[in-house]
Structure formats: structure tokens, C-alpha cells
Design a protein around this ligand. Structure first.
Ligand code: X2X
Length: 343
């Protein structure tokens, strides 16, 4: 190569490096669509909002995200969210492991009854090797996972009476999310589970078509479930519902490496902030959120260890059955991480 030609191409390459980002950014969509089940009145939606805001700042507005709460891009059918993400109907999402579990078996891990005794157990799994391995599974399933968030510990409520033992659940019509594991758990407890979307659940509670539901206390409170006859809450902590921040693969590949890194960092920061919001009122010794709920005339039942154990025993066959379906290795690795957690 002649020196002159070499210099010319070197200058061109340097220019491409220097100006490459804006040039490529012309291929960016003017708006990216983020799917969420719950909106900004809830920790979940707040997490999405924080992520979008941070992405905007870190990319100097190159990546502009609009929130679609109520899973409105898929007409409220939350169990279709993962497929829609893969197909590109949705560009990015903060989604629940429950809603994606019909497509990604490993995500049922979090719905195994009574696997996670406390928040430290959740963190040991999501922030450790098991969390990484679940992210690899998600990558193979065709999306780009970036960070963990949290919907929360799911507690049970109903309109009839305080639940202290599995016998109290007998015959109660309980709304559950569209996941087969939930049907098994509630059937094992003697209840009458019925699957429906979150959008359909609230009118069903108001009309008395269902007696009860299970969701985190932060969701119960922000959705004002005491106004739809949910007067009895039992703190049984039977499962924790993590959230995952993800991006569609093609969308991810359309971004420059620097912008990908910005989106990832934004997700990690937003995930941490979201988890803190989701746990607020529940991790303080006096649990102020429970006081707020009781102040609305709601009975909050705390189980003794022996009472809780009756629920654990009744659901153990479900745990064993699903351990095989999820992958015994993954479940054992989670159990080990939980046993070794820092308290
Ligand atoms: O539907 C539910 O119960 C909710 C809002 O918690 C989820 O999307 C898993």
C-alpha cells in the first residue's frame, strides 16, 4: 500500500471511530417498546421507569423507551409476553419469572413452594451462580437478560376468613397466574385454583367470582385489594417472584457496543433500586406496610413455625414433582446456595 493511500484509509478509519456512533444511531428506532404487567404506581413499573430514564441519560437520548404497562402490547395476556419478546412484538421488558415460566421451564424454580426462606436466600440465588445459569438459559431461549429485579414475596389473601392451616383453604376459589405449577400447589392445599390474567383478576375479586388471590403486599396495597373484598391476608411467604430486565436479541444487536453497555448498566442500577423499593416497608423490624394494611381493617395473620410447616408438608409432593421438570441439578444448586447464604 502506498503511504498516501494508507494515510487516507487510516484517517477514514479514525473518522469512522470518532463519528461511528451517531452514524449507526440513524438505524435506531425512534422509540423502543417496554412491556410491563404493573405500572408506575407499583415497584415493578417504577423499575421500568427508572431503567428507561437511565438509558436515556446514558445514551444521550439515542435510545428512547416508552412504557407499556398492563402488558398492553399483547392485549393483557401476560403469559404470551415471552413469546412476543422473542418475536419482536416487544422490544424490551421487565417481566416476572411466573409469566415466562410456561416457555422457560427453569424459571419455575422460583415458584417451588417454600424454597426461599428469606430475602437473603433470594439474593444468594439470583445474584450467584444459579442466577447466571438461568440467564444463560434465557439467552439460549432467544432474549438478552441484563439484570434482576423483584415483584416480591407472594402472600395469600381472601374475602372469607383468616387462613391459618391448609384446611382453611378448602374449597376457596383462588385466582392464580396462568402457570401449571400454581394449579398443582393450590390443588394440593385443597383450594379451587382458577387461572386468569391480572387484568381479569380484579373485577373477579370485586364481583366475588373468586374468593382470593396471591400477590406481594406491595401489590396488594398499591392495587387497594381491600376495596375488592380481600379482608384477610396471611403471611406465609411461600414463594418469591423475581423480575428480569431483558431486551429482544435483534434490537440488542442493532445497538453499538457502547450503547449496549449503557443499557446493561442502566438495567443493573435500576434493578437494584427497584428491589429496594419492592422491599420497602417489609424489611424494617416493625414492617410498616403491614401496619398500613391493618389500618384499612384487614386481618393480617402471621403463622407460627408449626402452622407454616403444615403448608410446607402439604405442598411437598408438588415440590418433588416439579423438581424433576425444572431440572434436579438446578434445584439442588439453588438449595445449596440458600443453605450457604449470609444471613
Ligand atoms: O398477575 C400477577 O399476579 C402479577 C401481577 O403478580 C404477575 O404478573 C405475576
Amino acid at each position: 500500500m502506498k503511504l498516501r493511500t494508507f494515510l487516507t484509509s487510516a484517517v477514514a478509519a479514525a473518522a469512522a471511530l470518532a463519528f461511528g456512533t451517531p452514524a449507526l444511531a440513524q438505524n435506531y428506532k425512534s422509540e423502543y417498546r417496554m412491556s410491563l404487567v404493573l405500572g408506575t404506581a407499583f415497584p415493578w413499573g417504577k423499575g421500568g421507569e427508572i431503567w428507561a430514564q437511565k438509558v436515556k441519560e446514558k445514551t444521550q437520548g439515542r435510545i428512547n423507551i416508552k412504557l407499556y404497562p398492563g402488558v398492553s402490547l399483547i392485549q393483557g395476556d401476560q403469559t404470551r409476553e415471552f413469546s412476543a419478546l422473542r418475536q419482536g412484538v416487544i422490544d424490551m421488558a421487565v417481566g416476572s419469572t411466573i409469566n415466562w415460566s410456561p416457555q422457560v421451564k427453569a424459571l419455575n424454580l422460583f415458584s417451588l413452594p417454600f424454597l426461599f426462606p428469606d430475602y437473603a436466600a433470594v439474593d444468594a440465588v439470583t445474584q450467584g451462580e444459579v442466577g447466571k445459569s438461568i440467564f444463560q438459559t434465557l439467552e439460549k431461549a432467544g432474549v438478552v437478560p441484563l439484570a434482576w429485579g423483584e415483584n416480591g414475596y407472594r402472600e395469600i389473601s381472601n374475602s372469607k376468613h383468616a387462613i391459618k392451616s391448609p384446611a382453611d383453604l378448602k374449597g376457596l376459589k383462588i385466582r392464580v397466574v396462568g402457570s401449571p405449577l400454581f394449579l398443582d400447589t393450590f390443588t394440593a392445599l385443597g383450594a379451587n385454583p382458577t387461572q386468569m390474567s391480572w387484568a381479569d383478576a380484579q373485577p373477579a375479586m370485586a364481583s366475588g367470582a373468586v374468593d382470593g388471590q396471591e400477590n406481594p403486599i406491595a401489590v396488594y396495597q398499591a392495587a387497594k385489594l381491600h376495596t375488592v373484598a380481600q379482608k384477610h391476608v396471611t403471611m406465609w411467604g411461600y414463594m418469591n417472584d423475581p423480575l428480569i430486565f431483558v431486551v429482544n436479541k435483534d434490537v440488542w444487536n442493532s445497538w453499538t457496543p457502547a450503547d449496549r453497555e449503557a443499557v446493561k448498566q442502566a438495567a443493573i442500577e435500576a434493578g437494584k433500586e427497584e428491589i429496594a423499593i419492592a422491599r420497602k416497608g417489609m424489611i424494617e423490624a416493625d414492617k410498616p406496610l403491614l401496619k398500613d394494611i391493618a389500618a384499612n381493617g384487614v386481618t393480617v395473620t402471621q403463622l407460627s413455625p408449626a402452622e407454616r410447616d403444615a403448608f410446607v408438608k402439604a405442598t411437598r409432593p408438588v415440590f418433588e414433582k416439579w423438581k424433576g421438570q425444572i431440572g434436579a441439578d438446578l434445584v439442588s444448586a439453588a438449595e445449596k446456595a440458600i443453605a450457604a447464604r449470609k444471613q
